[in-house]
Design a binder for this molecule. Structure first.
Ligand code: CTP
Length: 401
């Protein structure tokens, strides 16, 4: 099934479903993937290191302080090696640790070092699975972009029937491989993504800004980078951080600075996605000194900024794909169609401020994607990382490499 060999880290935590991880390893191996395994101490009560090592044909990583391997930082080297990470089974304990940034053994430490796609397949008793604490941890992981492969109803090890039975190895294998396959061509792509607001200085202490958090642009950059794309992320002021090695981040403040950096980076990219909320107007003159409140009113003269998306639309060469966003409050579709045409974009991702919990500041979003032929995709309300995957899935089918 996979067209290129993939490096998969299969992580096993301590539940009875650990025996199924052996079938999962075998599936990856028989389909041409390289597999390395990570196990918790408790997992090794259920499956032996010998089984994991024989099936994966690699040593199992289970001790952060193992001195028998050549010098390298084990969990970091393994995180660099992997194209994807699968935690199956994932106990309530490892889910809790991962969701809360706890690193007290080989597996939890490894997970914190990973900036590749991570799939988590929970397995536990129904009462445990339905605990608000466990559900909150799962939702936290999903909001950060971790793919949770939900357990199914069935016979559980404790003898009862209910939710919590780990999904079958074939289903986990298919989810992981299908996802990696659909993003496979990202590895040869150069992308430019803009994110966040711009700040237009009025005087040395004041500026005109907007409510953009940058979350959508960062989610797009991360999904691209996780799948191997080389990304230039040009970001306005935001508190967000990203540590992915494939992301080259350039911080800017004003629309003019964003324009200069974006135009520079656009020249040799395959795809550009303009998710930033760029100021449309900027003060004509920036005061050198703080404006004093000496009069009862103040009139600021503003001038139009360059529309970066439209600028790129003029520069666009054959083989480059240009994606814009449109934030609308009314006549959404008509306005978005107009923006697509006027700015010579290939796609416009439409956000409506009428949609609850979507857009500015939220961790979730709901979008409609317009192509030249009209609406090509409409999403549900989802995490911004999931929306990023949807957008990139639609857009990348159009990218010529
Ligand atoms: N955009 C840009 N440069 C600007 C303004 C907007 O590149 N100076 C881009 C945004 O990054 C986004 C798209 O244009 O991809 C649409 O932005 P939006 O604010 O929805 O629309 P505007 O074109 O600014 O039009 P209006 O504010 O009148 O709706």
């Amino acid at each position: 099934m996979p067209s290129v060999a993939k490096n998969i880290a299969v992580c096993v935590s301590g539940g009875i479903a650990a025996y199924k991880s052996l079938s999962l390893i075998r599936l990856f191996k028989t389909h041409g993937c390289n597999v390395k395994t990570v196990a918790t101490e408790n997992a090794l009560q259920f499956v032996t290191p010998l089984s994991l090592e024989t099936l994966s044909q690699n040593p199992v990583y289970c001790d952060t302080f193992d001195r028998s391997t050549p010098y390298n930082v084990g969990h970091v080297a393994l995180a660099d090696w992997a194209d994807a990470v699968v935690v199956a089974p994932a106990t309530a304990n490892i889910i809790g640790k991962y969701a809360n940034g706890i690193a007290d053994d080989a597996l939890s430490t490894f997970l914190l070092a990973v900036s590749k796609p991570v799939f988590v397949a929970p397995a536990m008793n129904t009462v445990m699975y339905n605990q608000p604490a466990v559900q909150e941890n799962i939702m936290r992981l999903e909001a950060r972009g971790v793919r949770v492969i939900r357990p199914v109803k069935g016979q559980l090890a404790c003898g009862s029937e209910g939710d919590g039975r780990m999904e079958e190895p074939e289903a986990i294998f298919n989810t992981v491989l299908n996802s990696l396959e659909s993003f496979r061509h990202f590895a040869s792509i150069k992308a430019v993504v803009t994110a966040g607001p711009t700040y237009e200085q009025i005087d040395p202490v004041r500026f005109i800004g907007n409510n953009s958090s940058g979350k959508m642009g960062f989610a797009l950059a991360e999904v691209l980078a996780e799948h191997g794309a080389e990304v230039t992320l040009i970001s306005g002021p935001t508190h967000l951080q990203t540590d992915n090695k494939n992301i080259h981040r350039i911080d800017v403040k004003s629309a003019a600075q964003m324009e200069a950096e974006t135009v520079k980076a656009f020249a040799d990219c395959n795809v550009a996605i303009m998710a930033a909320a760029v100021a449309d107007f900027t003060p004509k003159n920036v005061e050198n000194q703080k404006i004093k409140k000496t009069s009862d009113s103040l009139v600021l003269e503003l001038v139009k900024t360059t529309d970066i998306l439209a600028e790129l639309g003029k520069m666009k060469k054959v083989g480059q794909t240009l994606v814009g966003f449109a934030l609308e409050t009314n006549n959404e579709l008509e306005n978005a169609v107009q923006k697509l045409k006027n700015k010579n974009a290939d796609f416009i991702v439409l956000n409506s401020l009428k949609d609850e919990k979507a857009g500015f500041g939220y961790d979730t979003n709901k979008v409609t994607i317009l192509g030249k032929s009209g609406v090509v995709f409409t999403s549900e309300l989802k995490s911004k990382k999931d929306i990023a995957r949807d957008i990139l899935d639609v857009v990348m089918k159009n990218v010529n490499i």
